[in-house]
Design a protein around this ligand. Structure first.
Ligand code: FE2
Length: 323
């Protein structure tokens, strides 16, 4: 699961000039769209996202999916009209003919895959193990945990998942809260991830007070997902240190300025130094937890009566999907 990264230098694609309706070109040849993802009767909008990466061949690879016939988010947090996402993808991929593949990057970002597959059935689909188990109607071509799949577009797109000794990726528990473990992808100067790292833009105003109460969050804050310490990391004496080793090793190999996160925004500059600073800030807690967990003093993984103590997504066991 870990150890698939390469040291090859990636190419730097040319900026593509294409008038788009809702996708934003956040990097050379890299297009992202954010969409609403509402819960609790509309009180919460966690947002979710997808990205299209233009390869040197002219084909594109989609990282994650959204409802192509639903609305996108506007910069001020509103919703656009429906239908614009499909129009942009059609424009960027020659009506889907140049959409080479679709890669799922989070076990619980699932809801848009069936409709996306209906819209773009010619692409090859690569899922997390949970997608293959739960969505057999899609003819998955492989799993993103497979090193050969991770190498398919290297060095243009690289993938990494924390080693199995750090956290459970294939079948994370508790599914209602543990959304920390994610695929990290590097394309151009952009680090793409869904939930492990979040960059929050005006979270109280755009996502709702409940999100801020449960997950915390200030404007322009970069943070690790709250379930990191409530089941995301394996609760033993070694996992926290192995995570630091893994992430620091990755950052020695990967150069990036931009961090695109699902919930809710994009950090557009100094992404790598911000992530290094976040890891440094988090190290004392990681060390504290490693010492505690080594003695068997583990954290609450899920408290149905108090989601803020779950550090995570929801206290509803049926409400696992977050994108
Ligand atoms: Fe998510």
């Amino acid at each position: 699961m870990g150890g698939c990264a390469t040291n090859e230098e990636p190419p730097y694609p040319m900026m593509i000039r294409a008038p788009l309706k809702v996708f934003e070109q956040i990097d050379h040849g890299i297009f992202r769209v954010a969409v609403p993802f509402r819960l609790a009767g509309g009180l919460v909008d966690t947002f979710t996202h997808m990205m299209l990466v233009r390869l040197e061949s002219g084909n594109s690879v989609a990282l994650a999916t959204v409802d192509v016939d639903g609305p996108a988010k506007t910069v001020d947090g509103g919703d656009t009209a429906s239908g614009l996402i499909r129009a942009d993808i059609d424009k960027l991929t020659d009506n889907g003919a140049k959409l080479e593949a679709v890669v799922a990057t989070h076990s619980f970002h699932t809801v848009a895959y069936p409709s996306f597959y209906k819209a773009y059935p010619k692409a090859k689909y690569y899922g997390c193990p949970r997608h293959l188990r739960n969505q057999p109607e899609i003819p998955w071509a492989g799993t993103i945990t497979d090193c050969e799949v991770q190498a398919l577009w290297s060095p243009e797109i690289r993938f990494a998942i924390p080693p199995a000794a750090v956290g459970e990726f294939s079948d994370p528990a508790d599914p209602a809260t543990n959304h920390w473990n994610s695929v990290l992808a590097l394309a151009g100067r952009t680090l793409f991830n869904d939930d492990m790292i979040s960059y929050r833009i005006h979270p109280k105003e755009l996502m709702g007070r409940i999100v801020v109460w449960v997950a915390g969050g200030e404007h322009e804050q970069l943070a690790f997902h709250g379930s990191m310490f409530h089941g995301g990391l394996r609760q033993n004496g070694e996992a926290p240190g192995l995570f630091v080793e893994w992430l620091e090793g990755l950052m020695e190999q990967w150069e990036f300025d931009i961090i695109a996160t699902a919930h809710n925004g994009v950090l557009k500059r100094d992404g790598k130094s911000r992530l290094i600073a976040l890891l440094e800030e988090t190290k004392p807690k990681l060390e504290h937890c490693a010492a505690k967990w080594a003695k068997g003093e583990v954290e609450t993984k899920n408290d149905p009566d108090d989601p803020s103590k779950s550090g995570g997504w929801s206290n509803n066991p049926r409400e696992c999907e977050c994108g």
